[in-house]
Write a protein that binds this ligand. Structure first.
Ligand code: FES
Length: 593
């Protein structure tokens, strides 16, 4: 961080918040609210004279309330910049009775109560989202009695206690009597791997953090009794299994099973009741201290940032990458990358690896000074556009602007357009041309594929990234699926226009399939939500017209689901065999009429 602070080409905004982001790859305008520090960070040498005279004492957030700080403080010893900051809501100087003791103590005149928050706008070409994480609050877990019993600590609190720079200078002391505990228990998966208690995902770091803590404890106090209550230990990284083995060999007792209740004795020691699932027995353990290994949660501002940048979140609330294997650090929006726990729980090594990859991807994108875009973008036919604004509403990338009041034709920002084609499919006036996937091109494919024996065919629209790849996967896996399936590839299922479906039925198709990525996995943020809505609309119209809606299928098939692709096709083929030539002819008559 010190290197970052000193780097001539890096502007570091501390005590700041991103309040708005506008623009697109290569041209982002980022509005930053720089909060007032009330101390000149360039002049302050962190001599500490101001702290000595500050009369306001508050609990220190960095040490999780295990020590105190003043109203003028540095957030933590290695903070960059190395300068003090005043929490003006705590400072007496902000009250009618002005204290101003820090101003008198500072011989460099760094303190200025007239400072105010400032908004700055930075122009940037790419953005790396590295917003970090939050930890699970175990207060809601009655059974562990956190906050009820003082000797139940969280793993973060324990981390501060055992840290040489922490409030006890590395001495592990019980909060109740400030004596060294003779026995310590660790409870794993607190707020992880349970939908009811935090998140259903594995937080990735807690097992090894506990293994490390047990080794440190054993190094400090070889005679200490340590018990770890776990579901299973996930020591998957390089050298992790060795550490785990070392911990076991050092005498740490690993017990399979999570505590059901914790009780406090008169001397403030703890009684932990647990079912040992390895032996099937109910056990009671007497411990001086209990440490809860907390799970990881998405950072609190994640949702706001997601809305600001038009990104996607996983069901767990972390940012979703463009592709889990091929683009693991890219966002679906071009020019935005992820690093660290913003994208999912990970340890330091993985975070550094991802951050390096994100920086590399950003440099690769920016170094030429110009952006190369795919030619698959949409184009507005100004004469046909009625400025209804539907295209702008459905565009997942905010790449289309249209002045509905002034009735000016829509304009597509081709740098921001990713080419899903949802705008073209939704435009009620056919005023948008999707280059390389034009109406004419797709309709010609429909006609060609249904030219001969249409009643024998299954017409399937498949999105490039998932379903088409799923079909491919079925092929390379040598899976059998009906040979009468005729695929039309679109970049996204969002491109499948209503008129393609009608044209398919008009050309004699007995059954039509529209398939795309699973909801939440669309490569164009949420374009397939529009597919879903559109298909529902078509189903309703079919019912009204007297056409069986079952003849139009919607299926979500991922690139890895070759087996599913084959199974879906078999199912649709059996359905197709039930569609009679009379029914097809009747449909054609209805649609012609
Ligand atoms: Fe597959 Fe959108 S990319 S449905």
């Amino acid at each position: 961080m010190t290197d970052v602070g000193r780097h001539p080409r890096i502007t570091l905004y501390t005590l700041s918040e991103v309040v708005d982001v506008k623009g697109y790859v290569g041209n982002f305008d980022v509005s930053i609210l720089k909060k007032a520090r009330y101390v000149d960070e360039k002049e302050c040498t962190a001599c500490g004279e101001c702290v000595k005279v500050c009369p306001v004492v508050r609990s220190d957030e960095f040490n999780l309330g295990l020590s105190s700080r003043r109203a003028i403080f540095t957030p933590f010893p290695q903070a960059v910049p190395s300068a003090y900051v005043i929490n003006v809501n705590e400072c007496l100087g902000h009250n009618p009775v002005v204290c101003a003791k820090c101003i008198e103590a500072c011989d460099k005149d760094c303190i200025d109560f007239h400072m105010s928050d400032k908004e700055v706008v930075e122009k940037v070409g790419s953005i790396v989202v590295a917003t970090g994480l939050e930890v699970y609050d175990p207060t809601e877990l009655e059974e562990y009695a956190y906050t009820r019993f003082e000797n139940v600590l969280t793993s973060l609190e324990f981390e501060r206690l055992i840290n040489a720079g922490g409030p006890t200078r590395g001495e592990v002391l019980r909060p109740t009597d400030r004596r060294r505990p003779r026995s310590v228990g660790f409870v794993q998966c607190v707020g992880s791997r349970s939908a009811r208690r935090g998140g259903s995902y594995c937080s990735n770091v807690c097992c090894m953090n506990t293994v490390k803590s047990t080794l440190m404890l054993k190094e400090h106090y070889p005679d200490i009794d340590i018990k770890v209550f776990y579901i299973d230990i996930r020591a998957f990284g390089k050298g992790f299994e060795d550490l785990y083995t070392r911990s076991r060999r050092s005498g740490v007792n690993y017990l399979r099973g999570l505590p059901g209740t914790v009780e406090e004795n008169a001397d403030k020691s703890l009684k932990v009741f647990v079912e040992n699932t390895a032996t099937g027995k109910l056990e009671t353990h007497h411990l001086d201290m209990l440490v809860l290994a907390l799970g990881i949660k998405p950072a609190s501002g994640t949702q706001r940032l997601q809305e600001m940048l038009g990104l996607q979140l996983t069901p767990d609330g972390f940012f979703l990458e463009a592709h889990p294997k091929m683009q693991p650090v890219d966002a679906a929006t071009r020019g935005i990358f992820y690093a660290g726990c913003a994208e999912g729980p990970k340890d330091i090594k993985e975070s550094v690896t991802q951050a390096s990859a994100a920086a590399g991807r950003a440099i690769r994108l920016m170094h030429k000074g110009e952006i190369t875009t795919e030619p698959i973008t949409s184009m507005v036919v100004a004469e046909q556009c009625k400025s209804c604004g539907k295209c702008a509403e459905v565009c997942p990338y905010n790449a289309i602007s249209v002045d509905v009041k002034r009735k000016t034709p829509a304009v597509v920002n081709t740098a921001a357009c990713a080419g899903c084609g949802t705008c073209a499919a939704e435009c009620p006036f056919s005023a948008i041309i999707m280059n390389h996937f034009t109406d004419q091109q797709i309709l010609s494919q429909v006609h060609a594929l249904l030219e001969e024996d249409p009643e024998q065919k299954i017409l399937a629209f498949a999105c490039n990234w998932c379903s088409y790849a799923g079909a491919d996967y079925a092929g390379v896996s040598r899976l059998q699926y009906p040979p009468n399936v005729r695929l039309i590839r679109t970049m996204c299922s969002g491109r499948v226009d209503e008129k393609f479906v009608w044209e398919g039925f008009l050309s004699g198709a007995p059954v039509i399939l529209v398939s795309g990525c699973h909801i939440g996995d669309c490569h164009y943020i949420d374009a397939n939500h529009w597919t879903e809505k559109r298909i529902k609309k078509i189903h309703k119209k079919m019912t009204k017209l007297g056409i069986r809606p079952e003849r139009l299928h919607l299926e979500w098939i991922s690139a890895a689901e070759g087996v599913r692709f084959a199974a879906v096709m078999q199912r649709i083929e059996s359905f197709r065999q039930g569609v009679t030539p009379e029914e097809i002819a009747e449909t054609i008559e209805i649609l012609k009429g």
